[in-house]
Write a protein that binds this ligand. Structure first.
Ligand SMILES: NC(=O)c1ccc[n+]([C@@H]2O[C@H](COP(=O)([O-])OP(=O)(O)OC[C@H]3O[C@@H](n4cnc5c(N)ncnc54)[C@H](O)[C@@H]3O)[C@@H](O)[C@H]2O)c1
Length: 382
């Protein structure tokens, strides 16, 4: 494995892959040789490269992980595909639908394994909810709703490349965290989003951009030099959604919601019962019922369905968390590679592929279009 971009999330890719026990972490690439060497030493990785191209050219690297800022997803993923390497791309797959489509086509043509880190799929109780819905345990879903709220951009001194359209894309909140919510909603419900109606807001229209370097998600220091910049992208959004079976839905995303850290909630109401999963209490699944008491299913491999139980690695009462779900995702991806399976298999992988990544990009674009048209319903066409 070779990692390109060892900022906030990159080291979690390495940690997760190391937990598999049968994959060598060979190299790290950064924006300069010095920064790559520093990161490689911190992470105890033998080789360091000052460019993505150099890492991709290393014959010891068979799987390329791309955890760079969004604007580098397309060029870096494409270079890895052209070199015949398997690719694990962080989300969103690309900045635009056109870029995402190119990547999917190229990866399919090259016959490499392609994955996008929609990591909430790796959670045991997410898999439990998915299997219960697929088996009809809650009846036909008619309402799929929730939110994904954070507060790390609440102050005008908070700043990130995610707010710059040329680095993060035309959307901030929807692209960054709405993409996770939409993938999760579709994965769990088994239903595709077919139409959206969106209302986007930029709560903080001007921000103080630091003129020096700052780590992702870090707060501003009091003495930090800055310049004032206009913000073009949304930090708050609400979206009505329609699903292919006629089910209705809605979700809100926000990065300016005080007290909400990584507050992802998905609820599905069906004809006979409801399910709700909350990332911040991820060891519980709420099962809502009318004619009998509702229940809280605790994460316990002994209580989970056959498909979900392998995602839990500790007995009940021993809490599992974000990093464990991320490792489950890598287990799914590398298991698929190690078994020599092809992306053309009729049995689809549990992890998100570039096809799912494309779908997320198409939904983001439809949401932006809906807002631009002054809140018109827009079809999601992929
Ligand atoms: N799956 C998740 O839950 C999750 C969580 C956080 C971030 N992400 C995604 O991961 C990506 C990175 O986000 P982050 O928060 O880690 O950002 P970050 O800014 O902390 O890290 C990005 C890293 O890429 C490096 N980099 C920049 N240009 C480079 C280049 N030309 N070559 C090599 N490396 C380069 C930077 O030096 C930095 O170390 C984003 O696309 C983001 O959407 C996903």
């Amino acid at each position: 494995m070779g990692l390109i971009g060892a900022g906030f999330v990159g080291p979690h890719h390495i940690d997760a892959v190391r937990r598999l026990g049968y994959v060598d972490v060979v190299a790290v690439a950064g924006s300069s040789e010095a920064s790559a060497r520093r990161k490689a030493d911190q992470l105890h990785v033998p080789k360091a490269y000052g460019s993505a191209e150099a890492l991709i050219a290393d014959p010891d690297v068979q799987v390329v992980h791309n955890a760079t800022p969004n604007y580098l997803h397309h060029p870096v993923n494409m270079a890895a595909i052209r070199a015949g390497k398997h690719v694990v791309s962080d989300k969103p797959l690309a900045m635009t639908t056109a870029e995402a489509r190119e990547l999917l086509e190229a990866a399919e043509q090259a016959g490499v394994v392609h994955a996008v880190t929609f990591n909430y799929r790796g959670n045991p109780l997410v898999q439990q909810a998915r299997q219960m819905i697929a088996e009809g345990a809650i009846g036909r879903p008619h309402f799929v709703h929730g939110h994904y709220l954070q507060d790390w951009l609440q102050y005008d001194t908070d700043y990130s490349w995610r707010l710059e359209p040329d680095k993060g894309g035309k959307s901030s909140a929807i692209g960054d965290i709405g993409s996770h919510w939409c993938d999760l909603a579709q994965h769990v419900s088994g239903l595709r989003i077919t139409e959206v109606l969106a209302d986007l807001t930029t709560v903080i229209p001007q921000r103080k951009r630091p003129t020096g370097n700052r780590e992702a998600f870090a707060a501003a220091r009091g003495d930090e030099a800055h310049e004032l910049v206009d913000i073009q992208v949304e930090d708050l959004a609400s979206v009505l959604v329609r699903f292919e079976n006629g089910a209705k839905g809605s979700f809100s995303v926000g990065q300016v919601c005080a007290g909400h850290k990584n507050d992802l909630v998905l609820e599905v109401n069906g004809a006979s019962a409801s399910l709700r999963w909350h990332q911040e209490q991820q060891n519980e699944l709420w099962i809502g019922r009318r004619g009998e008491p509702s229940a809280l299913l605790q994460k316990d491999p002994a209580l989970l369905s056959s498909d979900a139980a392998p995602y839990a690695h500790l007995p009940g009462g021993h809490q599992e968390a974000w990093a464990d779900a991320f490792a489950n995702l890598m287990r799914d991806i590398y298991g698929f590679i190690a078994e020599g399976r092809s992306m053309k298999d009729t049995r689809p992988p549990a992890f998100a592929t570039f096809r799912d990544g494309l779908r997320a990009n198409v939904i983001i674009d439809a949401i932006l279009e809906s807002h631009a048209k002054e809140q018109a319903w827009v079809r999601v066409n992929d």
